[in-house]
Design a protein around this ligand. Structure first.
Ligand code: B12
Ligand code: SF4
Ligand code: SF4
Length: 276
C-alpha cells in the first residue's frame, strides 16, 4: 500500500482521539519537511555536531532504509488550560501542568502509534524523541539541546518561526506541543511561508520578558537563560507540588511566557524586528 499524505492526516486525527490527546489539546495540524533539506546539515553547526540528521535518526532502527520525509505535528494547548495559565503570575496553573505531565504522555503515544501504523503498512519510521528516551539521552546544562530538536524540525517543515521567548510561533500561536517522526515515505515537502527568516513571526513586543518569573528571557535570543528557566521549573514550581498540583514524577512545566502574550494563539501583529 502506498501511504499518502491524506492517510497520514487521517492517522494523526484518529490517534489524537484514541490516545486522549483531545482532552488536552485543540485540533492538531501537521506539515512535512524533506529529509534532504539543507537545514539538517546546517544544524550540525547551528546546534551541535551530535544533532541527528533524519537519516542518522532513521538508521538507528532501520540501517537499510533511506530517510525521505520528516512529519511534524502541532498540538495547540486547549483554551481552558491557556485561559487558566493567563491568570497566573508565578507558577503554572494546574490545568497547564496537567497538559505538560499527562498531555505529553498522549503525545508520546501518538509518536509511538504513528510509527507503528507506518511500519505495519510496510514502510520505516522512527520518532527521535522516543529514540532519545530509549537511549536515556537527556538534555544537559548549559546548552540544553537534545540530538533532535522538534522545534527546529517544525521550522524546517514550514510550521512556524522562533521567537524572543524561544517558543515556536505557529499560525495557532506559541502555546502548543510538538511531535515529529522520520520516515522513508516520499511525501511532498511543504513550503516555508517565512523563507529563511528564523524570527519572522515574533514582533519583539517583549511581553514574554515581563511574564517570565525567572527573568530567563531577554531582548535577543542570546540573552535567554535556559538554566534559569530549567531551575525555576525544577526547583521553584515543584517545591510544594503534592499540595499545589497533587501528583509526582512528571514535569509540571511553566509556560507563563506562552500565555497572556500577543502570540499565545495567533501570529502577532506588528513589524518584526527581533535583535538577533
Ligand atoms: C531542553 C528542552 C527544554 C529546556 C531548555 C529550553 C530552551 N529554551 O531551549 C527547558 C527545561 C528549560 C525547557 C523549557 C520549556 N519547554 Co522544553 N524542551 C526541551 C527539549 C527536550 C529539547 C530542546 C532542544 O533540543 N533544543 C535545541 C536548542 C538548540 O534550541 P534553542 O536553543 O531554543 O534554539 C535557538 C537557536 O537554535 C536559535 N537559532 C540561532 N540561529 C539559528 C539559525 C536557524 C536556521 C534556526 C532555525 C535557529 C537558530 O533559535 C532558537 C530560538 O532562540 C524539547 C523537545 C525536543 N526534543 O525538541 C522541549 C520543547 C522545546 N519544550 C517545550 C515546551 C512547551 C517547554 C516549556 C513551555 C515548558 C512547559 N511545557 O510548560 C518551557 C518553555 C521555555 C522556553 N522559553 O522556550 C516544547 C516547545 C513547544 C513550543 N511551543 O515551542 C518542546 C518542543 C517539547 C514538545 N515536544 O512539545 N525545555
Ligand atoms: S510575547 Fe512578543 S516578543 Fe515574546 S515571543 Fe511573543 S511576539 Fe515575540
Ligand atoms: S517557561 Fe517560565 S521560566 Fe521558562 S522562560 Fe517561560 S516563563 Fe520563563
Amino acid at each position: 500500500m502506498e501511504i499518502s499524505r491524506a492517510q497520514i492526516g487521517d492517522w494523526i486525527n484518529g490517534l489524537y482521539r484514541a490516545t486522549g490527546a483531545d482532552g488536552f489539546f485543540g485540533t492538531p495540524f501537521f506539515a512535512v519537511a524533506s529529509a534532504e533539506d539543507s537545514y539538517w546539515t546546517k544544524f550540525k553547526s547551528i546546534i551541535s555536531s551530535s544533532h541527528w540528521t533524519p537519516q542518522e535518526a532513521l538508521s538507528i532502527k532501520y540501517p537499510d532504509s533511506i530517510a525521505r520525509s520528516v512529519i511534524v505535528w502541532i498540538l495547540p494547548i486547549n483554551e481552558a488550560a491557556r485561559k487558566e495559565n493567563r491568570l497566573k503570575k508565578d507558577k503554572p496553573s494546574v490545568s497547564w501542568a496537567r497538559v505538560r505531565s499527562f498531555g505529553e504522555l498522549a503525545n508520546m503515544n501518538m509518536r509511538t502509534q504513528l510509527c507503528r501504523l507506518i511500519v505495519e503498512a510496510g514502510q520505516a519510521a522512527v520518532a527521535p524523541q522516543i529514540l532519545m528516551n530509549e537511549q536515556k539521552i537527556h538534555f544537559k546544562s548549559p546548552d540544553f539541546f537534545t540530538p533532535f530538536s522538534e522545534r527546529h524540525a517544525a521550522f524546517v517543515a514550514g510550521l512556524g518561526t522562533f521567537s524572543m521567548s524561544a517558543g515556536l510561533i505557529t499560525e495557532k500561536g506559541v502555546a502548543h506541543r510538538i511531535g515529529a517522526l522520520v520516515t522513508d515515505i516520499p511525501l511532498e515537502a511543504d513550503k516555508r511561508p517565512y523563507g529563511d527568516d528564523v524570527f519572522a513571526w515574533c514582533n519583539s513586543c517583549g511581553a514574554c520578558i515581563k511574564r517570565c518569573p525567572a527573568s530567563a528571557i531577554g531582548p535577543g535570543f542570546k540573552d535567554r537563560n535556559k538554566a534559569k528557566c530549567a531551575e525555576y521549573q525544577m526547583n521553584v514550581v515543584t517545591a510544594d507540588r503534592i499540595r499545589e498540583y497533587g501528583w509526582l514524577d512528571y514535569t509540571l512545566g511553566c509556560g507563563l511566557c506562552q500565555t497572556a502574550v500577543p502570540c499565545e494563539f495567533k501570529i502577532p501583529g506588528g513589524i518584526p524586528s527581533l535583535k538577533k
